[in-house]
Design a protein around this ligand. Sequence first.
Ligand code: CO
Length: 144
Amino acid sequence: MKLGRLNHIGVVVPDMAAALAHWRDVMGATSFEEPHVPQDGLKIMFVNTPTHSGNDGTQMELIQPLNDKTAVSGFLAKNAAGGQHHVCFEVPDIDAAREEFEAMGKRVLGPTRIGAHGTPIFFVHPKDMQGMLTEIMETPKGDH
Ligand code: CO
């Protein structure tokens, strides 16, 4: 497994407007991004976190389910105030990474698919990942 940078931390929120106000007014965020590719049943916004070097900040992914059938609806039902949901690390080659996780007996959840950043992603089961639902994402072309 070739570990790349931490791309984002996913947070489920019950109310996107309130979440954005929190990140702006309490945390001082000034840069927000819509997803490149919308995800079914989900309202998503990325909060950009700045760094001193200027171009490799990471993101918070705010995820609000719009109905009770999405991948995060059950999480919100159990955690009404929302909360930390997953971490996402980049890899240079998504197919190689998937093969490596599967060879190690890690449970990969569902097919490799196009995530909100427009690059291929998959998720690995938290019980095989030290308790963290882990998203693996191919590094966007043109980055780094
Ligand atoms: Co994510």
